[in-house]
Design a protein. Structure first.
Length: 421
């Protein structure tokens, strides 16, 4: 992608490819880049004055700066290189995506932000979104130490990022927490942002006994269920340690979750082999910080329930939880969750039990707070505006005749625009 040396719509100066300006560690930029305005009054955060926005064309080309940024920056486990690189090589390998890894550095070369994006091509056009698809629960940039742009700076920075990226028809930024662990997510508050869904979690007290005081009757019933289950065999909770056991537990969780979705008439989102490959690969992959923690509940020698979770910077995140349907009457999923909470309280590196995205009813039994997640879905071209209008109207068109005619006219126009692209 060639970029001329001129001023972009955002006011940023576009830097030609293979620019002579030395970047961090003496490396030269061989990728598309823009330099932000240097004027002192252009930015509320002076670190952005003259900052450079560079776009890496793949996960692999960004690996070095990515790992370096994540080591000291603010992020979730879902922005770790290990997580998104594995997704790109497994579940995301066959998707029609082009990676757009955005790196923002100060004029002095200090990393301010790394933003893992991708452009998806489909029948509706080109959509800019976060890497990781629906297997990533929280989306945000990795923010350099001390960097926290305010709303005005975030809007201008986002405009500069759009300037340097290839053209897109839509912006689809989903599952963005406004604040995560006290750190503001700068792009969750962009113009047009709206609350879309919630995640849930629990702050863990010093002891498990303290945790049970939030609902004594609930935990008394769990004790009764555990005694009943013990009549079927020795009940054992454990963290899978050796590689073979970690993979076996991962396969169990994914297969049981897949079976549950089919049994309940839902779309089987775990059916694709590449999705299983994502989870099993990560289960055996060492992270530079934190990592996957698969835990299970056994009765005798039989594994009856499992959680595929992660530990990262004070959080245990329940990513996928499942149980064998033959043991449903013993409430094994609930007993496993209880044992997992007790394990986390006993550890010295976990402060939050994170139930992640979704409004499943069982989460109210375990959580004491919610985390609002926002999204920005907006058109960014004529084609995008036509299709967005079509999507908004389509739901009502079946019952309103004049809307039905308008939708048909819009589709004919969209088809003509599509043929010109």
């Amino acid at each position: 992608m060639q970029i001329s040396g001129h001023t972009a719509k955002s006011g940023a100066a576009l830097i030609p490819d293979a620019d002579d300006r030395d970047l961090k560690n003496g490396r030269r930029s061989a990728f598309p880049a823009v330099q932000l305005a240097r004027a002192p009054d252009a930015w509320s955060d002076p670190a952005l004055a003259g900052a450079v926005v560079t776009v890496f064309p793949s996960v692999d080309t960004a690996e070095s700066v990515w790992r370096e940024t994540a080591a000291t920056g603010a992020c979730t486990v879902f922005q770790c290189f290990e997580w998104l690189a594995t997704w790109r090589r497994t579940a995301g390998a066959s998707e029609p995506l082009s990676d757009q890894i955005v790196h923002v550095s100060s004029e002095a070369g200090q990393t301010l932000m790394l933003l893992p994006l991708a452009i998806r091509r489909n029948a509706y056009g080109r959509s800019l979104e976060f890497l990781g698809g629906d297997l990533t629960d929280y989306n945000m940039p990795i923010l350099g130490a001390g960097f926290s742009p305010g709303p005005r700076d975030a809007e201008r920075l986002w405009a500069a990022i759009l300037d340097v990226l290839p053209p897109v028809d839509f912006v689809r930024l989903r599952r963005m927490p406004l604040v995560f662990d006290g750190i503001a997510n700068p792009f969750a508050g962009l113009a047009g942002s709206r609350h879309a869904i919630d995640a849930y979690g629990a702050n863990l007290p010093p002891t498990f006994k303290d945790f049970t005081t939030r609902s004594p009757s609930f935990f008394n019933k769990n004790s009764q269920r555990r005694r009943r289950l013990a009549k079927e065999g020795t009940v054992r909770f454990a963290v899978a340690q050796d590689p073979a056991e970690r993979v076996a537990l991962t396969r169990f969780v994914i297969e049981q979750k897949s079976q549950w979705q089919r049994d309940t008439g839902q779309m089987d989102t775990f059916a694709a082999p590449e999705r299983l490959a994502f989870y099993t690969t990560l289960a055996g992959l060492p992270f530079e910080e934190g990592g996957v923690v698969p835990v299970g509940l056994w009765v005798g020698s039989e594994l009856v329930a499992g959680i595929w979770g992660t530990v990262f910077r004070g959080r245990f995140a329940v990513i996928v939880a499942a149980y064998h349907q033959d043991w449903a009457k013993f409430s094994v999923a609930r007993l496993l969750m209880e044992s997992a909470v007790e394990m986390c309280i006993a550890r010295d590196d976990v402060e939050i039990f994170d139930l992640t995205v979704g409004d499943e009813g069982y989460k109210t039994d375990w959580s004491d707070h919610s985390l609002p997640l926002h999204e920005v879905i907006a058109p960014h071209s004529l084609r995008g505006r036509i299709f967005m209008a079509y999507w908004h109207l389509r739901g009502r068109a079946k019952t309103v005749p004049w809307l039905r005619d308008a939708v048909r006219s819009g589709m004919r126009l969209a088809q003509r625009v599509s043929k010109r692209d």
